[in-house]
Ligand binder design. Structure first.
Ligand code: DCP
Ligand code: CA
Ligand code: CA
Length: 350
């Protein structure tokens, strides 16, 4: 590991929508999964910081969000557009000639091992300015030693910030933070840690290694390392990254979920066969629908952790394909996984 520049876009889907609808800038608004007409059946994907001030959050049902802010402006998400923007961000980052990992649709880790802290921080701020000038989008940058701590520094600078966290400052930075601030700790692991009396990263750092191993298996030692400021993850350049997908035209155009689910199951199985062949795990799932009028739409979801599970792929794809049901019938459906890592010899937080 070495110095990493980490970029995370601010209120990403909503910021993209602001570019198309400049008149809503500054007013509370959210982007959700469902079409406007049935919006309360869907989920909020993100919202601008003005809406966050009313307690609206990613992952909240739109019905609850509208209780918090009844006159909030609502837009249905347009994943094709956000993917395009994400690729344009990646192009900007690639100009610097360093390896870039696409960690999610709006997060990128740049390998700045060849630079010192000052130069890396300067470069990070320059990239931030360039993304803003070229695309009109705000982001936050974190620079630290290792991907995980660069991401955490970035989280601390949100929104529209820039944070430099040198290696020597990492233990102090970590110690008082709650364990869920460590990337890789989801609600279940958090609950389990709480139940054994561990609430802060500092407490996790001091916990007994063999106890953590017994309780959590190999992720226990990974978490212990991270809490002690040791990050062994590598940056996987986007050139090495691939996506694996399968699509199929159905026998007849349909909106019948029983038929569509069967297709999704079989496509997911085919994707997993390919994944296993290459020993990859996935973090991002995309479902695609091509309609009777030949237009298509996609929906994507980033998982909390890498997975190689066919069951997770099926269930996430089925959720996503439901979000693509419209009055137009589907003629073709697809399942794709991206943000892949080799599962051979990798530490994974499953
Ligand atoms: N997203 C989603 N469903 C979620 C969480 C996020 O569809 N439950 C999508 C919408 C977000 C994008 O992923 O715009 C990036 O997620 P982030 O967690 O990075 O959140 P934002 O970029 O929206 O806000 P910020 O990073 O400023 O906190
Ligand atoms: Ca973001
Ligand atoms: Ca993000």
């Amino acid at each position: 590991m070495g110095i990493v520049i980490f970029i995370d876009m601010d209120y990403f889907f909503a910021a993209c929508e602001e570019l198309h609808h400049p008149e809503i800038k500054g007013k509370p608004f959210a982007v959700g999964t469902a079409p406007e007409a049935s919006k309360i059946r869907g989920v909020i994907q993100t919202c601008n910081y003005e809406a966050r001030a009313f307690g609206v959050r990613s992952g909240m049902s739109t019905a609850i969000a509208l209780q918090k802010k009844p006159d909030m402006i609502y837009l249905e998400s347009d994943d094709v557009y956000y993917e395009e923007v994400s690729k344009r961000i990646l192009e900007i980052l690639k100009r610097y000639g360093m390896a870039v990992e696409e960690c999610s649709i709006d997060e990128f880790a740049i390998d700045a091992a060849a630079l010192d802290y000052e130069k890396a921080f300067e470069t990070g701020k320059r990239i931030k300015g360039e993304i803003n000038a070229d695309l009109g989008l705000p982001c936050t940058v974190g620079v630290s030693f290792g991907k995980t701590f660069a991401k955490m520094a970035c989280d601390d600078g949100k929104p529209n910030g820039a944070v430099l966290l040198k290696e020597a400052e990492i233990p102090k930075f970590l110690s008082a933070k709650e364990v869920r601030k460590l990337p890789g700790i989801g609600p279940k692991t958090e609950e389990k840690l709480h139940s054994i009396g561990i609430r802060t990263i500092g407490e996790l750092a001091k916990a007994d290694t063999s106890m953590l191993l017994a309780e959590f298996g190999s992720i226990g030692s990974e978490l212990h390392n991270l809490s002690n400021g040791v990050d062994n993850s590598k940056i996987i350049d986007s050139q090495e990254a691939v996506s694996i997908g399968r699509e199929r035209t159905m026998e007849s155009e349909t909106n019948d979920l029983a038929v569509i689910d069967m297709e999704i199951d079989s496509l997911s199985d085919a994707v997993v066969v390919e994944l296993k062949k290459k020993s990859y795990s996935y973090k991002n799932v995309t479902a695609k629908a091509r309609y009777s009028d030949f237009t298509f739409r996609i929906k994507s979801r980033t998982l909390q952790n890498y997975s190689d599970s066919p069951a997770i792929l099926k269930s996430v794809s089925k959720q996503l394909i439901r979000e693509l049901i419209t009055s137009k019938k589907m003629r073709k459906v697809g399942v794709r996984v991206s943000t892949l890592i080799s599962s051979k010899g990798q530490n994974r937080l499953l």
